[in-house]
Design a protein around this ligand. Sequence first.
Ligand SMILES: Nc1ncnc2c1ncn2[C@@H]1O[C@H](COP(=O)(O)OP(=O)(O)OP(=O)(O)O)[C@@H](O)[C@H]1O
Ligand SMILES: [Mg+2]
Length: 318
Amino acid sequence: MSTIIETQNLTKQYGEFTALNNLTLNIEEGEVFGFIGPNGAGKTTTMRILTTLLKPTSGKAWVAGHSVSDDPHGVRRSIGYMPDFFGVYDDMKVWEYLDFFAACYDVPVNGRSSMIDDLLALVDLGHKRGTYVDHLSRGMKQRLCLARTLAHDPDILILDEPASGLDPRARIEIRELLRELSNMGKTIFFSSHILAEVADICTSIGIIEAGELIAYGDMNEMKKQLRAHRLIQVQILGDDLTPLKDFLLHADNVDTILSGTEAEIPHNAVRFDYTGDDAGLNLLLSQMIQQQIPIISFNEETGDLEDVFLQVTKGIVN
Ligand SMILES: Nc1ncnc2c1ncn2[C@@H]1O[C@H](COP(=O)(O)OP(=O)(O)OP(=O)(O)O)[C@@H](O)[C@H]1O
Ligand SMILES: [Mg+2]
């Protein structure tokens, strides 16, 4: 695999205000990179620089080997870009809209009609071929816009919050579509506010806040580390936690035992960090029962994925 999107110390200032500070990223061909951050973090700014719509104040970036500053045309040919807000043309039908964009990208006339059919099938809008664009629902418009970014068959898709403003079902549909595009071999760089919602389709991820990249890494590596640290909560009948705590103090693979208010959990509960495997966890539970510890619940906390992610990435934060 080779690097397909690279940024080096990318910085953008609006007057005195630093919207993006020294962003350094490396994205390999075929990756699905999730760029996660709250409002105003600098996601759109970064994507506008990568798509050559905005010049960085300092730093460099390359897309498909083309420098965004020195060869913007090369960059534009390689990417499909879905902006965060996009206008649609009210007097155009769905097929005309795609035909228009295909023409902009010099797609030859004779291949366009079947290409439009393929794109509409991909985004599940075949039945809306002849509908006026402004009569589509928001989710449909979003899918049409995604189809439009594919009109010139780019290798790289840069999608600014492709699922924003959609209902949960439509968000899932967009996610499935991204998965399909990834299976087709596209590299995808997309932004989102919510890590938990996109974690399962990303191969790597960057978390940005106030212009700073605060966590960045390979998703499988993260997941492995997340699995290695499981937070288990055990709740008992009554409120004498001593036997349970004594037992846990001597158990294998158990760390950081906290109870009640220390961990903001119920007063009759204990939470600990478990680093063993499933078989070990099962053994731990059966031993507790043998010791007649009056357990009423035993469960793994999923926690806030962003928090856990930040914890496990502490070591590799740029
Ligand atoms: N043209 C501009 N002039 C001045 N400040 C700007 C401009 N564009 C963006 N900013 C500021 O830069 C910061 C980053 O904005 P950006 O749009 O990149 O954030 P974002 O992560 O995309 O946020 P959102 O999730 O709301 O889309 C914000 O504080 C924003 O106010
Ligand atoms: Mg934005």
